[in-house]
Structure formats: C-alpha cells, structure tokens
Write a protein that binds this ligand. Structure first.
Ligand code: ZN
Length: 92
C-alpha cells in the first residue's frame, strides 16, 4: 500500500534555515499537547510538529537540514515566518 504524504503545510511556513542554522519554531502550533508521536528522524516520541504536521524534534530537524542541504531546500522543515519582526537582524 502506498502512503501518499501530503506536503501541504498546515499554516504558512517561513524561511528555510541554512544548513547548520537554527529553526525558529516559536509558534505554539508546533506543539501538540494532546499527543506525542515518534519523531520521524530519531524515533523518540515528541510533541513537536513541523509545518506539515510531521512529528520531529526541532534539534533533529536542524540536524537533518545540515545533513541533507539539497533536500532541505524543498521545504520539509522551515522556520516560522516572522511577520511582526524585523527581517534584517542576525548581526548579533
Ligand atoms: Zn528526534
């Protein structure tokens, strides 16, 4: 049986971090307090979800982006869009 995984995001994702960068998952929608599901990357239960509802730890998703930079560009994991925040930051 073929399982087609819907890749349509549950809400609008933001930018995809560069390999080695950090995800910005501050939106509470990343946190499913109802149920833990096994992380698709490490298998340990997690309440965290990607924008497409895929269960994954934030740190695992960041490591996956670093390990799969080409596939990461397809937007499997993305940061939240910071509409209310200045875009030109990260100058420390
Ligand atoms: Zn994990």
């Amino acid at each position: 049986m073929t399982r087609t995984r819907s890749k349509s995001p549950l809400w609008e994702p933001g930018p995809i971090p560069l390999p080695g960068g950090l995800l910005d998952w501050r939106d509470p929608r990343h946190y499913d307090r109802r149920q833990d599901h096994p992380c698709t990357l490490c298998g340990t239960p997690t309440p965290l979800r990607s924008h497409t509802g895929e269960p994954a730890h934030k740190s695992c998703a960041e490591a996956w982006i670093a390990a799969n930079p080409a596939e990461a560009r397809t937007g499997r994991f993305a940061s939240d869009s910071n509409t209310g925040r200045s875009r030109r930051d990260d100058h420390a």
